[in-house]
Ligand binder design. Structure first.
Ligand code: G3P
Length: 216
């Protein structure tokens, strides 16, 4: 399973890259706005693109086909690791098709149903991002969409990869890995929690205490 970080924070990206397990990054306008004290949109994005060797999703903010394509082309020109993130609306779907014929990789975002994911894959999306946490928030089982998309893409041999997004806690990562999702994108706080276990800390303390009794 590939691990992406869902952030625009360069310190979190650097810390995760240092662990040797980071495959890519996803951003969105909200995440970029949290870093606006660090520079312009372009400065923030260029720093991320330079440091991350894998795919980096950058979201378009226009809502009409022609403007979305123009924005996407400008973003794609910033680096060869750019993936264009766009919502699964009627216009978004058309843009996915247009960009896929131009060889620009896309990430269909704000996916809340398997039918939305199916259409995005059919239009040629490289990735689809079901938002599991936001579905859980409204009393639905978000991971069901991931399970369904896994089956649907297998049924029709789609090469579109599933990015489990809107991840809130380690159980989401655990469930996604059992389903066999291609990618999980998570906040840095969730990545940290994947390693935490009180018995590990307790075990280290005990080993260190006992080691003091050994004469060298
Ligand atoms: O990148 C989009 C997605 O992961 C957002 O998550 O927590 O705002 O629902 P959240």
């Amino acid at each position: 399973m590939k691990i992406f970080l869902d952030t625009a924070n360069i310190d979190e990206i650097r810390k995760s890259l240092a662990l040797g397990i980071l495959d890519g990054v996803t951003t969105n306008p909200t995440l970029i706005s949290k870093e606006s004290h660090r520079g312009t949109f372009r400065e923030i994005v260029m720093q991320i693109l330079r440091e991350v060797p894998g795919p980096v999703s950058l979201e378009v903010t226009s809502l009409k086909h022609d403007e979305m394509v123009k924005e996407a082309e400008e973003l794609a020109s910033l680096g060869n690791n750019v993936v264009i993130k766009l919502p699964v609306t009627m216009e978004g779907l058309k843009v996915i098709k247009t960009l896929s014929t131009k060889g620009i990789r896309t990430n269909a975002t704000l996916v809340f149903s398997s039918n939305q994911g199916l259409l995005a894959a059919k239009a040629g999306a490289s990735y689809v991002s079901p938002f599991v946490g936001r579905l859980d928030d409204i009393g639905e089982y978000g991971m069901r969409v991931v399970e369904d998309l896994k089956t649907i893409f297998k049924n029709y041999n789609y090469s579109t990869e599933i990015i489990v997004a809107s991840v809130r806690h380690p159980i989401h990562v655990y469930e996604a890995s059992l389903i066999g999702a291609d990618i999980v994108t998570m906040p840095y706080q969730v990545l940290e929690k994947l390693l935490m276990h009180p018995k590990t800390d307790e075990g280290i303390s005990r080993f260190l205490e006992d080691w003091k009794k050994v004469r060298l």
